[in-house]
Design a protein around this ligand. Sequence first.
Ligand code: PXP
Length: 251
Amino acid sequence: MSRELKLSVNIDHVATLRQARRSPYPDPVEAAELAEQAGAAGITAHLRCDRRHIQDDDVRRLRRHVRGKLNLEISLADEMLVLAEEIRPDQVTLVPERPEEVTTEGGLDVVRGAEAIRAGAERLVAHGCAVSVFLDPDARQLEALAALDRDLVPGFEINTDAFTKATLGDDELLIGKELEKVQQVAMRGADLGFQVFAGHGITTANVGAIAAIPQVEELNIGHWLVSRAAMVGISTSVREMLAAMRAGRRG
Ligand code: PXP
């Protein structure tokens, strides 16, 4: 029997709504607490260099209030590493960041950036953080990551963006092709001894196929959950997602 699939709720867009008016509400920390009460195993926040949603103080407060795993997404910018060293989240996921992008556009380029990843991961591990890398479902990227010490980078998050985007259309061949890429990297990653996570663009409509990949331990989901929460509340949206994940894993 395969392990239970965990959900890490990304609360960035609760902060997006707050920042739209520079008001004190809605509070992403309150959303994190409600998400955990509804069954989330952990919380993810992405601190971007432009501070468009999550602020430094949100991360400090999340550190104090999150009971499960706190996963902080950051780029390798020195400013971000310094903050992570101070706040010491349970896990840091390293992501690329382009100031003009609407959301993270792709995985980190491990083939070209292995040395910078190694240097950043050494700093984070020295401060007690587990390190994960956001990775495109690309065998070359995975092999480059595998060349790094597993004690330094024990896990990676598969970028599901191409698959989830494909599911918005009706090109079944493309959907199957993108899903297979995710499946292949999950399988190879687990064989190499990595913890395998996945995320980006996941909704209750497309989570089933990802949840069915036994090597995937945890999903990182934000935009759908917060969008749905605007209609039905965060507790209900988290419960709906957990039910869809469990159905997908059961097959
Ligand atoms: N994983 C990473 C690395 C991300 O940058 C994001 C978006 O912030 C997510 C997962 C979650 O994606 P979504 O908000 O589309 O669920």
